[in-house]
Design a protein around this ligand. Structure first.
Ligand code: URP
Ligand code: ZN
Ligand code: ZN
Ligand code: ZN
Length: 479
């Protein structure tokens, strides 16, 4: 009662009444029905719970498995004010049906709402057919890797086939945009030149290779005529490609991650291997001037490995499992970097951490808004409280934290997940198995209204307008 309700487009003082997991009323002076638990929110901001659209819980990767599973990762998320995430399911032996089955099993231990993206790691008729089945099951986005050569990477023609299929299905294609062939080439040269430490990770993945792949993916999406979502944008080079495409009318969404907003690549040169290796993720954390100014939506790419797992690459940076933490820190880091610094308003914050993801992945306004009829995923943020991030206070299973010692102003003091008070007065009350799968419907807002325009390729696109059935041949005499 009595808090300031903040949505992405409005801010007002009101009470919020929650019943059976739903928000039933938002208005001043609600008379609480008998038996209702009343929380005093005076002086606090009442906002929709965060939605992290990019996480990797319980993911087998680079010879090991991420340290947070669906229970520990989600518990950490709830303590940090995030009430829904969209995790990347990976195919099992390139089989995406098996992949979805496996990820549903992992998620049986969930304690908050979640959805899935699916990665596509090879292309054939079977994958293409299975994509339709997955869309029917509530998967509305597919990720293609342009990096991790020999493991997850797809070729341009595989990517184009995938983009085409996404277009047919009204599903959003996502790309990990780095030139994987060139990364492998640089890695080889660095290692043979004696650079085997974590700094080699940064040196082998320059911003130019991220910019090049981002531009390439955008152009392929333009030729096919489908919207595109670029995950973990970490450089000005990539950002400029995205900005240019958007300016020309192409529908491209760039996703910054919290680590890219707040951290500095200098950590990769730390003389202590364990500290440096904790910062290894791809694309790499860069110099601060690369901090993405794309502030529509902020994710984390939470993919965590303990120091013993990172140690696999002590003598060869190519073997350090890639990934950093953030699922618990994202809301606080974004509030600090954007709102406390004066770059954004509380409403902008709500859009970046919740509403935009709900819209892009087509669950708005069920998620991403404090309003009657929406799911009761609500947080209370106290802008007066400052606190320190790090291993000592986090809830992840990680033994390191890339935000160690960072002091942030503003603290999520209460988290409500579908009506349940799960984080309050510094205590977590969560139960494995209480989270729910949220199916994400196809044909989201990016597929609606005006036709998707090409990247200066409108003419070809018009001629190819009958894709996928193909343009009609020009009838010619004698043929
Ligand atoms: O380093 C990263 N980003 N690890 C997770 C896998 C990915 O590429 O998203
Ligand atoms: Zn990626
Ligand atoms: Zn630079
Ligand atoms: Zn990722």
């Amino acid at each position: 009662m009595g808090g300031t309700v903040v949505n992405h487009d409005q801010q007002f003082i009101a009470d919020v009444l929650i019943r059976d997991g739903l928000i039933v009323e938002v208005s001043p002076e609600i008379k609480a029905p008998e038996g209702t638990r009343v929380l005093d929110a005076t002086g606090l901001l009442v906002m929709p719970g965060g939605i992290d659209p990019h996480t990797h819980l319980d993911m087998p990767f680079m010879g090991t498995v991420t340290a947070d599973d669906f229970y520990s990762g989600q518990a950490a998320a709830l303590a940090g004010g995030t009430t829904m995430h969209i995790d990347f399911a990976l195919p099992v032996d390139h089989d995406i049906r098996e992949g979805l089955r496996a990820w549903k099993e992992k998620a049986a231990r969930s304690c908050m709402d979640y959805g899935f993206h699916m990665a596509i790691t090879k292309w054939d008729a079977e994958v293409s057919e299975a994509m339709e089945e997955l869309v029917r099951e509530g998967i509305n986005s597919f990720k293609f890797f342009m990096a991790y050569k020999g493991v997850l990477q797809v070729s341009d023609s595989e990517l184009a086939s995938g983009l085409q299929r996404c277009k047919e299905l009204g599903a959003l294609p996502m790309v990990h945009a780095e030139n994987g062939d060139m990364v492998a080439w640089l890695q080889e040269r660095l290692v043979s030149g004696g650079i085997t430490g974590p700094e080699g990770h940064a040196l082998s993945r320059p911003a130019a290779l991220e910019g090049e792949a981002t531009g390439r993916a955008i152009r392929l999406a333009g030729v096919v005529g489908v919207p595109l979502y670029v995950v973990h944008v970490m450089s000005i080079d990539a950002m400029e490609e995205i900005a240019r495409a958007r300016q020309s009318g192409q529908r491209v969404v760039g996703e910054p991650v919290a680590s890219g907003l707040a951290l500095d690549e200098g950590a990769l040169w730390d003389a202590n291997f364990t500290r440096a290796a904790a910062f290894v993720m791809s694309p790499p954390i860069r110099a601060p001037h690369h901090a993405p100014a794309l502030r529509k939506l902020v994710a984390t790419d939470h993919a965590v490995f303990n120091s013993s797992q990172k140690a696999a690459g002590r003598h060869d940076f190519r073997k350090i499992p890639n990934g950093v933490n953030g699922i618990e820190e994202r809301m606080h880091v974004t509030w600090q970097e954007m709102v406390v610094s004066g770059l954004a308003t509380p409403s902008d914050f709500v859009r970046m951490t919740s509403t935009a993801a709900a819209q892009v992945f087509n669950v708005y306004p069920r998620k991403g808004r404090v309003a009657a009829g929406s799911d009761a995923d609500v947080i209370l943020l106290d802008p007066r409280v400052s606190h320190t991030l790090g291993v000592g206070s986090h809830h992840s299973r990680m033994d390191t934290n890339v935000y160690e010692g960072k002091v942030v102003q503003g603290k999520v003091v209460t988290t409500i997940s579908r009506g349940r008070l799960v984080w309050h007065e510094g205590r977590l009350r969560v139960e494995p198995g209480s989270g729910r799968f949220v199916p994400l419907p196809s044909h989201g807002p990016l597929f609606q209204a005006s036709a998707v325009r090409g990247h200066g390729m409108e003419e070809q696109s018009r001629r190819a307008a009958t894709f996928p059935y193909g343009p009609t041949p020009v009838p010619r005499e004698g043929s």
